[in-house]
Design a protein around this ligand. Structure first.
Ligand code: APR
Ligand code: PHB
Length: 394
């Protein structure tokens, strides 16, 4: 089999890239290890930057998001038993974010893929990448008991943090940067009305908490837990009690609880590889970088990588501008490092770190107090939260 671009992974990165390329008339094939239902069963992020919203529109998959997504003009920081609003719209000259679950984005993209008739192979095993530095790369995989060979011109490694793409690059080529945080987030999804009409990021002496939502009737809440915690030890009741204790009293009093639909613990990590490409292979999204979720940047960084690779591939396949391929990694990494910084900083400012001394404690409180009390500080938070601009591909 033959195509122009082989895409490994049908998460948001792979599906969005596939859709954009297909619309532009560039052939592509998606190869995914799991089934569609498995991919849709993962509960992930829920805040889209304007840049990602615009890209979904360009891909022609925004109709349901326009109807059901919630435009948020601001969010709240909670500390010292009070709420402090970050007015995103006011502080950024009109920019906002869209609250719409990654699961829904994925569902919309999967439906568009089926409607387009472009080929996808789900439940593909033993995916292997070949001739990454050679004249013509190809991918092999097993599908329905048959070994398949897919010849292509470029390979987009959209297969997440644990995927095969990054691992296919020889040892010694990539430089890895990593920080593992000594805690995780315990998340609960519930069919309850949100406690507040905007997201609340809470710093509390018992640990961080986040009040998020998926719709006016569905909430997503998180509490920071130690890395050793087991989800089995968290009954719904224990979760709601802990969440309430970490919110300002007037907010906690309004919290409506209910049975959880999903409950899981996610570790927190910062991770980047440089460069994000090797020969004909281009790493996209979680395959190349991870951020802790505190800045709501993971999914949005995947979208900015997709935008960059798409615009490069368009010029390569339409105009023969193959020299642009060399620029992919450097263009992506400039924006990625800034989002890594913001996510690390928000994480540092809002979480309780084990073994923090009294001085560091005061520094954390003062940092929050200073940033929130200063117009410049609030603007810094707002401009990063709505998302830094995408770099043009010239
Ligand atoms: N072969 C084929 N597919 C694979 C392989 C493999 N060897 N390994 C992993 N995959 C698939 C996974 O099953 C998954 O569906 O690749 C997909 C990767 O999807 P994600 O992990 O969602 O990564 P990505 O598409 O880059 O999404 C961006 O940013 O911060 C996050 O929550 C956010 O998941 C989101 C991500
Ligand atoms: C979520 O709704 O799951 C969510 C929202 C904001 C974040 C992280 C996760 O920063």
């Amino acid at each position: 089999m033959k195509t122009q671009v082989a895409i490994i992974g049908a998460g948001p990165s792979g599906l969005l890239l596939g859709q954009l390329l297909h619309k532009a008339g560039i052939d592509n094939v998606i190869i995914e290890r799991q089934s569609p239902d498995y991919v849709l069963g993962r509960i992930r992020a829920g805040v889209l930057e304007q840049g990602m919203v615009d890209l979904l529109r360009e891909a022609g998959v925004s109709a349901r998001m326009e109807r059901e997504g919630l435009v948020h003009d601001g969010f709240e920081l909670a500390f010292d038993n009070r709420l402090e609003r970050i007015d995103l719209r006011g502080l950024t000259g009109g920019k906002t974010v869209m609250v719409y679950g990654q699961t829904e984005v994925t569902r919309d993209l999967m439906e568009a893929r089926v409607a387009s008739g472009a080929p996808s192979f789900y439940n593909a095993s033993d995916v292997e990448l070949h001739e990454l530095k050679g004249g013509q790369p190809y991918v092999t995989f097993t599908h329905k008991g048959q070994r398949v060979r897919l010849d292509c011109q470029q390979i987009a490694g959209c297969d997440g943090f644990h995927g095969v793409s990054r691992q296919s690059i020889p040892d010694g080529v990539l430089k890895e940067f990593e920080r593992v945080y000594p805690f995780g987030w315990l998340g609960v999804l519930a069919d309850t009305p949100p406690v507040h009409d905007e997201l609340i990021y809470a710093n509390h002496e018992r640990g961080f908490a986040l009040c998020s939502m998926r719709s006016p009737t569905r909430t997503r809440y998180y509490v920071q837990v130690s890395s050793e915690e087991k989800v089995e030890d968290w009954s719904d009741e224990r979760f709601w009690d802990e969440l309430k204790r970490r919110l300002p009293a007037q907010t906690a009093a309004k919290l409506i609880t209910g049975p959880s639909i999903e409950k899981s613990i996610a570790p927190l990590r910062s991770f980047v590889v440089e460069p994000m490409q090797y020969g004909h292979l281009f790493l996209v999204g979680d395959a190349a970088h991870i951020v802790p979720p505190t800045g709501a940047k993971g999914l949005n960084l995947a979208a900015s990588d997709v935008s960059t690779l798409y615009r490069i591939l368009l010029k390569v396949h339409r105009d023969g501008r193959t020299e642009l391929l060399e620029k992919y990694s450097e263009i992506c990494l400039r924006r990625i490092w800034k989002a890594e910084r913001f996510s690390w900083w928000m994480t540092s400012m809002l979480h309780r770190f084990p073994d923090t001394d009294a001085f560091s404690q005061r520094m954390q409180q003062t940092e929050l107090d200073y940033f929130v009390g200063s117009e410049a500080g609030r603007r810094t938070i707002a401009e990063n939260y709505v998302g830094l601009p995408y770099e043009a591909v010239e």
